[in-house]
Design a binder for this molecule. Structure first.
Ligand SMILES: *Cc1c(COP(=O)(O)O)cnc(C)c1O
Length: 427
């Protein structure tokens, strides 16, 4: 053990910070065991799907051109469908990111005159332009698709009365965002999502229920597709890519809706038949295989951080003891120096670009300066340890990821070290 302490010291972590962290970690043993058990179950779930789909070495071959009968691609889609218990899946490097996957699922399944409903308040920022909440070229609004939104109640639960009122003749698709993203509402558990879907279907059985599953995959032993979701949608540079997928997104769900997505992604008439996998298959398979373990590390990191900063008197969301339904952790520092020092600590602990010092800057699309820390193997990957914070009230930092718990832990200790050095925290 002394050897570990010495290594931390070489890397810039003081004895005081190390000892403080070790004490917190000691108290989390039971919590971590529960996270281990979820990962163990999910690991078996993925292996079982891979065995049933008969994944073979040939699945990792390079396919180019049109990609007709691309065995690796077709088998991988079967693996996703079997893991998430859906009829079908579309898993492609041609889906460029999470926003693209969500825009695809919406655009492919809505027609002019249809209405989209979000019963969980405002969706993720980038979807505002997809839907046309903020006017944008190519938005659903431009194609005559209307949008309604029902806010959550003050305690973060569903407003069933107003959801019922909002479902009308035109309502075709209901979109439910699992993760809070960068809002202050709670993240929903899969069970809660199931209750909402059951309610919506009791009012209008043929409505399509879609779940934005970003940051949620493998956090629990069940997914929204196990509780009635017709489509679940996510990004491969988050949880299901396991840190190895260099690009990509997925849609898993009812065959009809997934096929609609394929017809829109490629072309009417062509659908899933084309779209060569261009050599990324080995990483897609291996990343999906590793994803339950990677998510486990990220979750432990988030719980560790929540407990460290809660102990130091800061507001943390979720708090140190509540149950987790995604991998995002927020910490409120109440002053800009806190946000900056935290991000600089995360950056200093990275395997890539550790020597650069992040600074706040006026990022396009934001109404304040933003600071971001990321030293990732895949650009912008947020399953890798990353943090960002807008320089405005309440001066909160949002962080997530860590391909290993060990790295997440080191990053968090380094953030604390920097906060002490900046005079924001005293131990
Ligand atoms: C990240 C995220 C998105 C968008 O994904 P990108 O890959 O950044 O485009 C959408 N919804 C939620 C909840 C997310 O966390």
């Amino acid at each position: 053990m002394q050897a570990i302490e010495k290594m931390y010291k070489i890397l810039g972590i003081s004895d005081t910070v190390y000892t403080f962290g070790a004490k917190i970690e000691e108290e989390l043993k039971e919590r971590f065991e529960k996270i281990d058990a979820v990962a163990e179950y999910n690991q078996l779930k993925v292996i079982r799907a891979m065995q049933e789909a008969k994944v073979s070495e040939a699945c990792f071959n390079y396919a180019s051109g049109y990609g007709y009968s691309d065995q690796g691609r077709d088998t991988l889609e079967e693996v996703y469908a079997k893991t998430f218990h859906t009829e079908s899946a579309l898993v492609r490097p041609q889906i460029t990111c999470g926003t693209h996957a969500l825009a695809l699922a919406l655009g492919a399944n809505l027609r002019p005159g249809d209405e989209l409903l979000s019963p969980v308040g405002k969706p993720y920022d980038t979807l505002e332009e997809v839907i046309g909440i903020r006017p944008s070229k190519g938005s659903l609004a431009e194609y005559g698709i209307t949008y309604k939104q029902v806010e959550l109640l003050a305690d973060g639960t569903f407003d069933y009365e107003n959801i019922k009122k909002a479902i009308g003749e035109k309502t075709k698709l209901v979109t439910i965002q699992r993760s809070k993203g960068y809002q202050t509402r709670p993240t929903f558990s899969v069970t809660q999502i199931g209750e909402l879907i059951t309610f919506v279907k009791s009012i209008k059985p043929d409505v399509i229920c879609m779940v934005d599953n970003c940051y949620g995959e493998f956090v629990e032993t069940i997914e929204p597709s196990d509780v009635g979701a017709d489509m679940i949608v996510g990004s491969l540079i988050k949880n299901p890519g396991g840190g190895l997928a260099p690009i990509g997104g997925y849609v898993a769900g009812k065959e009809e809706y997934v096929n609609n997505c394929a017809y829109r992604l490629t072309s009417p008439g062509l659908g899933k038949e084309v779209g060569a996998s261009l050599g990324v298959m080995k990483d897609f398979y291996q990343g999906f295989f590793l994803a339950p373990t990677v998510v486990k590390g990220a979750l432990k990191g988030a719980v560790f951080a929540a407990n460290i900063y809660e102990k130091l008197g800061f507001k943390v969301v979720p708090n140190g003891s509540e149950s987790r339904h995604d991998i995002i952790q927020a910490v409120e520092f109440g002053k800009p120096e806190g946000v900056i020092a935290f991000c600089q600590g995360i950056q200093a602990a990275a395997p890539v670009d550790s020597y650069v010092t992040p600074e706040p800057w006026p990022m396009p699309g934001y109404d304040s300066d933003v600071i971001m820390a990321a030293g990732a193997f895949v650009q912008g990957s947020s399953i890798e340890l990353s943090a960002d914070g807008p320089i405005k009230e309440p001066y909160a930092v949002y962080f997530q990821g860590g391909l290993t718990y060990e790295h997440a832990k080191f990053g968090i200790l380094m953030s604390l070290q920097k906060l002490i050095e900046a005079g924001v925290v005293t131990l």
